[in-house]
Design a protein around this ligand. Structure first.
Ligand code: HEM
Length: 476
């Protein structure tokens, strides 16, 4: 269970400002600050915050078998960044991973990105906008896009041979309107927290550390409705979103006997890469992110009956059509008095359900987004044009293999889902999120050690390239 660590809070850190000792010995301090969460990770999705200050004082552990922010109970805000690598040197990529690990471990514990220096004539090692703020269950999740391994047919870092087969280039889907400036990326960083400023602070410090090595390609904020933690949040369409998801339990023993997986599957079944993946991906997961714009004006003009038919669930309760409560089983064979299916043939949940997709599943962990308004031409009747909400779903899902999860499910969905009348995919990407780190390790370490050797990797100093980036005095 997540706990409070007052000594490592940003407030505590403020008190330590001016102490030369704080600036000197970053390495051991940081390692001590990385708690071991492997026992917690075993239990899967972490329990929601129950602590002081509406849960903002709670710390999500950074180290463990899995990265935080995947099976972690949804925080209220996210800040997602995708980067293009600009460096030619693989050592710089290693340097960045070391710097990012160090800074993320500190920030999730409520500390500044790097120890603050007393020298006020130089840029500070942390922008300071989270000073005095609680950790707010911050998690930082890192991902590697296909471009880390191969870019414009160039093996620029000598990593091409290490690209996992599952890290495919996402195929084009029917109806895609992907904008280049919102799509792809060589690296991804997702900060999630129960305080939007804490999430942005973390993403911003990490982007600072990347100066000279990688540059921001696209960014997206997101938020989740602040329902009681045990309730499923509603998306901007007003429907509960996240009801049917893999759950945090071990696969049932029966599964092996019968050969039939229970539905929903466990995180081990669906989310965490196991022996099928390379060493560095074990305990990791593949993240598909899609920025899906929703035609809210069109949706709001739709009768609730048709909204429910489109989704295949009741709006108020979240129950499958014909059911009474949210977690009633989804009976795709149920019919009305006339013999018509209760859940329409192309309803979203029918198209997405494991039963319609040879058992394929994924863990969905989406956020809503709201970026004001922009000029839009709708692609479905009534083909309105004008200033419309640029708002929708920052769809995020995790799986052991996107070829047999997202790609398999979304292929037919992109053609026939009734929801397509309201939803347009305008950006996103696929990222391999490596397994978690143990204290003293850095993110993706096993990948780089396999490619470069342990000695070469150990020799890379965790020193930012840009003199004004954070953490000048930091040694990993
Ligand atoms: C604007 C876009 C989308 C919206 C508003 C949306 C909304 C919903 C809602 C309200 C549900 C029912 C409640 C639940 O089980 O969580 C649902 C279920 C689901 N959605 Fe979506 N969704 C969207 C896009 C997608 C996409 C792109 C996929 C990926 C293939 C997807 C996969 C699923 C899955 C797997 C389920 C569970 C189906 C089941 O087994 O019952 N959704 N979605």
């Amino acid at each position: 269970m997540a706990g409070r660590c007052p000594m490592s809070s940003r407030r505590g850190f403020l008190a330590a400002l001016g102490s030369a000792a704080a600036a000197a010995g970053a390495g051991p301090q940081v390692r001590a600050a990385i708690p071991d969460n492997s026992a917690k990770a075993e239990r899967g999705i972490t329990p929601p915050s129950q602590g002081e200050g509406h849960g903002r004082a709670l710390i999500e552990p950074f180290a463990g078998d899995h990265q935080g922010g995947i099976a972690t109970a949804l925080q209220s805000h996210t800040y997602m960044l995708a980067f293009d690598l600009t460096t030619k040197s693989v050592e710089d990529v290693v340097r960045l991973m070391k710097l990012w690990t160090l800074a993320a471990a500190r920030m999730t514990a409520g500390e500044t990105a790097a120890p603050l220096d007393t020298d006020r004539s130089a840029p500070a090692a942390d922008s300071g906008d989270a000073l005095g703020l609680a950790p707010a269950r911050l998690t930082v999740t890192f991902g590697f896009g296909p471009g880390l391994f191969m870019s414009a047919e160039q093996d620029r870092y000598g990593l091409a041979a290490y690209r996992p087969e599952a890290l495919v280039d996402l195929p084009p889907f029917t109806g895609d309107q992907l904008q280049e400036a919102r799509t792809g990326g060589d690296l991804s960083v997702q900060a999630c927290a129960d305080d939007p400023q804490v999430a942005f602070h973390a993403a911003r410090q990490l982007a600072r550390l990347a100066q000279g090595i990688a540059q921001i390609r696209w960014a997206q904020t997101g938020f989740a409705a602040n329902f009681a933690a045990e309730e499923t949040p509603r998306n901007l369409m007003g429907f509960k979103d996240g009801t049917q998801n893999p759950i945090a339990r071990k696969p049932l023993e029966k599964t092996a006997e019968t050969g039939v997986r229970s539905n929903p599957g466990s995180l081990e079944d669906v989310v965490w890469v196991a022996e099928e993946g390379p060493d560095w991906m074990q305990g990791g997961s593949y993240m598909v992110v899609r920025r899906i714009r929703i035609a809210l004006e069109h949706w709001d003009a739709t009768p609730v009956d048709f909204q429910e038919e489109t989704i295949g669930r009741h709006k108020d309760s979240g129950a499958p059509i014909g059911g009474t409560s949210e977690f009633d089983p989804l009976d795709l064979d149920a019919t009305d008095a006339d013999g018509n299916p209760l859940i329409a043939e192309h309803a979203h949940v029918r198209m997405a359900a494991a039963a319609s997709n040879d058992g394929a599943e994924m863990l969905r962990r989406s956020y809503s987004y709201n970026d004001g308004v922009s000029f839009t031409a709708e692609r479905w009747p009534p083909w309105r044009q004008g200033m419309m909400y640029d708002a929708g779903l920052l769809f995020m899902c995790y799986q052991r293999d996107p070829r047999t999860s997202f790609i398999k499910i979304f292929g037919p969905m992109s053609q026939f889902d009734m929801l397509n009348q309201y939803a347009t995919h305008v950006g996103g990407g696929l990222f391999a999120c490596p397994g978690g780190v143990r204290p003293g390790e850095f993110i993706g370490q096993k990948l780089f050690e396999a490619a470069l050797g342990t000695t070469a990797v150990a020799a890379v100093e965790a020193k930012p390239l840009a003199p004004h980036a954070a953490g000048d005095k930091t040694r990993y």
